[in-house]
Ligand binder design. Structure first.
Ligand SMILES: [Zn+2]
Length: 141
């Protein structure tokens, strides 16, 4: 749950500050990777994101679960970025995870109740997997 919640905050920050969408990811307890539609990736970029990520986590934002009518979800630009339109049409309302000011997406998973519960996160690796395909690995301390 901590690792999953950390990924929400990571995706929200990279979207907010670098306009980059998440294109993939994988997670196991304590460690995860996330792929971004980014042209460049470097160890320096990883450190910058790590600082922002830990600041956001430490700000102790509540992780809220809400149910949004489908029509409303499809009209929300924050949700369009996470391809909310691909959720089967029969799903209405749509379950959402909202981390105030950081991330909002359709999600059926389990999370901690507040970002502070995640603890400290390290960016342990940054890799280029191709054009507009960059990968970041994190570890939850
Ligand atoms: Zn989630």
């Amino acid at each position: 749950m901590r690792t999953h919640t950390a990924l929400h905050v990571l995706s929200g920050i990279v979207w907010r500050d670098y306009d980059a969408k998440v294109t993939g990811g994988n997670m196991e307890p304590g460690e995860a990777r996330m792929d971004f539609e980014l042209e460049a990736m470097s160890a320096e970029f990883g450190r910058e994101v790590e600082v922002k990520l830990n600041e956001a986590l430490a700000s102790d934002r509540p992780v809220r679960v809400l149910f949004l009518p489908r029509a409303e979800a499809l009209a929300d630009p924050d949700l369009i970025r996470t391809n909310v339109n691909l959720i089967p049409e029969s799903v209405d309302p749509i379950r959402m995870i909202d981390i105030e000011g950081v991330d909002r997406q359709a999600d059926g998973g389990t999370h901690v109740r507040s970002t502070a519960e995640v603890g400290r996160v390290l960016v342990i690796k940054t890799e280029s997997k191709g054009r507009a395909f960059k990968r970041m690995r994190i570890a939850v301390g």
